[in-house]
Design a protein around this ligand. Structure first.
Ligand code: GDP
Length: 400
């Protein structure tokens, strides 16, 4: 975890080119949780306040034991790429395939997905489902071929066999991209391993590498096999000093996943049914922080520390500000944003405002359900929601 001051993170968030909104999608048991835990441990942000309150190390232990990634709607990560700082929001995605809209709600917040595939099992039915759903929402995939340690230790593959296995998996995933991506992205989004869109590694052992990284660092498959032959310490050294998983994954995220503005230009016409030539439509296409507020809420969860419902969503245009009145389109109710916060790792820190392109949390929107769209109150009745929700009687909430 990196200790950071809230202001430093906010400064990055104000530069939309330095933001990435992603999620991890996978067939069950292929390593989604292990991968996100390892990202949180290595690149998660911890605020100075929390670091000061509890010793950072103890805090980390407690959080890891609790498996916080399962509970937090979003975890923010800090990554430097070519000397520049980035904030990467890792959105929680449901662990199981479900057709009730939950997956879509997570995908709405994301512009990119790390598709995790178990190197031994390969592409499975849910791999296809989650990849298809991502592509339908114009969420761009990169691929993480996980559990490579099993090819080495259990199957005792030679470097040639390992390479052959990777080629097979990449080919299968690319066939699915050809099948499900919209025509304009079909070629562009095909996974090209030589440019670094595919990472091979082990989430459990915390190493990962792409072909360009391997070339740059002069690493061959035989070196990795050799490390496993030598034992745990050699693998750990490889993971910490030579090829850390978070570095491989987050470098690829920054390089291949678009920033929120570039993504919204082609995603809004697909995921939002309103008029893209209207003022609100144009503001969303540009992720304009000065445009009308459009806040798409994907999660309503109870924060156990404060025992209150917290909305988490993406600000597609405008700025989410404390104290402002918003209109909940589906609930047909006005509400006041009582508090606004950004994610620092899995925790939240209160701020005054959050600009378009980011993922942020709000208190005061208890009348909203997951899937709700909140807009600036002046735009009441004039904006289409991202999703139509049926409010039966009492709001239904998901309690984490
Ligand atoms: P999820 O269902 O996709 O979230 O998968 P998990 O992260 O819970 O992992 C499922 C199982 O695979 C767990 O027992 C993990 O310990 C194991 N696992 C995850 N990554 C690796 C890996 O890189 N190598 C090996 N051998 N096992 C792994």
């Amino acid at each position: 975890m990196r200790v950071k001051h809230v202001d430093e993170i906010l400064k990055i968030m104000n530069n939309i080119e330095r933001i990435r909104n992603i999620g991890i999608v996978a067939h069950v048991d292929h390593g989604k949780t292990t991968t996100s835990d390892s990202l949180l441990a290595a690149a998660g942000i911890i605020s100075q306040r929390i670091a000061g309150e509890a010793l950072a190390l103890d805090y980390l232990k407690v959080e890891q034991q609790r498996g916080i990634t399962v509970k937090s709607a979003n975890i923010s990560l800090y990554h430097e790429y070519q000397g520049k700082p980035y904030v990467i929001n890792l959105v929680d995605t449901p662990g199981h395939v479900d057709f009730s809209g939950h997956v879509t709600r997570s995908l709405r917040l994301m512009d990119g997905a790390i598709l995790v595939v178990d190197a031994v099992e390969g592409v499975m039915p849910q791999t296809e489902t989650v990849l298809r759903q991502s592509l339908e929402e114009r969420v761009r995939p990169i691929l993480f071929i996980n559990k490579v340690d099993r090819l080495i230790k259990e199957l005792k593959y030679t470097p040639q066999q390992i390479q052959q296995r990777f080629i097979e998996i990449i080919k299968e995933v690319n066939n699915l991209i050809r099948l499900y991506a919209d025509p304009e992205f079909r070629e562009k989004w095909l996974l090209n391993p030589t440019s670094g869109m595919v990472i091979f590694g082990s989430a459990r052992d915390k190493w990962g590498i792409s072909i360009p990284m391997a070339q740059k660092k002069g690493i061959k498959f035989s070196d990795i096999i050799e490390a496993y032959k030598k034992g745990k310490d050699a693998v750990e050294e490889f993971a910490t000093k030579v090829a850390p998983l978070h570095e491989a994954l987050l470098d690829a995220v920054v390089k291949f996943i678009p920033n929120p503005r570039d993504a919204q230009r082609y995603r809004i016409p697909k995921i939002w049914r309103g008029d893209i030539n209207s003022e609100v439509g144009k503001a969303m296409l540009e992720a304009d922080p000065n445009g009308p507020l459009v806040y798409a809420i994907s999660f309503m969860r109870v924060d156990p520390k404060i025992r209150r419902l917290v909305a988490t969503g993406r600000i597609f245009s405008g700025t989410l500000r404390q104290g402002e009145e918003v209109w909940l389109i589906n609930a047909k109710k006005q509400a006041k944003v009582l508090q606004v916060s950004i994610y620092m790792g899995p925790d939240r820190e209160v701020v005054d405002e959050i600009p378009a392109g980011n993922i942020g949390a709000a208190l005061g929107l208890e009348d909203a359900r997951a899937g709700e769209t909140a807009v600036a109150v002046e735009w009441k009745e004039k904006v289409s929601p991202f999703e139509q929700l049926k409010y039966v009687s009492e709001p239904v909430v998901t309690v984490a």
